[in-house]
Ligand binder design. Sequence first.
Ligand code: NAP
Length: 332
Amino acid sequence: MTDNMTAIEIAGYGGPDVLKPVRRPIPRPGPGEVLIEVAAAGVNRPDVLQRQGGYKPPPGASDIPGLEVAGRIAGLGEGVGDWRPGAPVTALVAGGGYAEFCVAPAPQCLPFPQGYDAVRAAAIPETFFTVWTNVFERGRLAAGESFLVHGGSSGIGTTAIQLAHAFGARVFTTAGTPEKCAACRSLGAERAIDHRREDFVAVVQEATGGKGVDVILDMVGGSYINRNLTILALEGRLVQIAFLEGSKAEIDFGPLMMRRQTITGSTLRPRSVAEKGAIARALKEKVWPLLDAGKVAPVMFKTFPLAEAAEAHRLMESSRHIGKIVLTTGRA
Ligand SMILES: NC(=O)c1ccc[n+]([C@@H]2O[C@H](COP(=O)([O-])OP(=O)(O)OC[C@H]3O[C@@H](n4cnc5c(N)ncnc54)[C@H](OP(=O)(O)O)[C@@H]3O)[C@@H](O)[C@H]2O)c1
């Protein structure tokens, strides 16, 4: 093994072209970490924000973008007993994914689901960790409840629709084109609302007989915040995971009190290894059997060679994609 690898660097904040292939030293796994020879790395909207300068890596994380990888174990740090060199692995990382090698904390590593290759395995961690912790832990979505996810065709949205449906919820979603809406319905959404042609408040009110939905997962914010609260049921939970339209709104909190609603939210990346490890264990127990059985699966849209990361970002920013965009290294 040489000491150097190809990685994608953010050479100054800006448009997709600031993503540049460079040579970097292969990172070394510290205590409790593994070194992964990366075959594939998922692309996520937070990587776009990081490239633009709006989402800095947490202290200690690599400056190389990339929050999820899949490949083979290439080295073990001190104290790691549950992985063997050569084993296929997919991992959630706080950075460093757009590279031929990446270090990951062992508790954030999971095996490939049955029948998966590295490209599909790399498309799992970021959205499945995020949806699990926000929809099922924070939002406490339960079987028989109703659920609305905005951005249904996104990586997050396609995962949220499938998991909510698989766990017995009634699913509503919004998406930006008729084609995206059809894709969302095929994943288990009872009603996919084209937000460019329809008012999601009116559609949800009518579909639920005025009761509203029990849980909303929102990445839009801005003008959606008040509209979400209007259709949040008694004891409903609104979970914010991003603010694509903005994080500010003027809110009348009266209805929130009268209807005993909860507003919450979280970001995954800065959470501790122990917290992410707990999410990984819950996913292994509750969601991996569904992935193994093919009952839920990442929705694959397009792959790009690692060196074409800029093209992958251009596609993501165009919002033409449905599901996941993945980079491949040609290794492992
Ligand atoms: N909090 C966390 O821990 C966490 C973790 C991961 C991701 N996220 C966030 O979750 C969101 C989805 O991530 P992803 O990787 O799945 O992204 P993605 O695939 O790029 O999806 C974003 C989608 O949002 C929709 N959208 C709605 N309003 C929008 C607006 N005003 N501007 C841009 N897009 C808008 C777009 O589809 P249509 O316009 O067709 O509806 C777009 O496809 C991102 O905002 C990301 O930052 C949060």
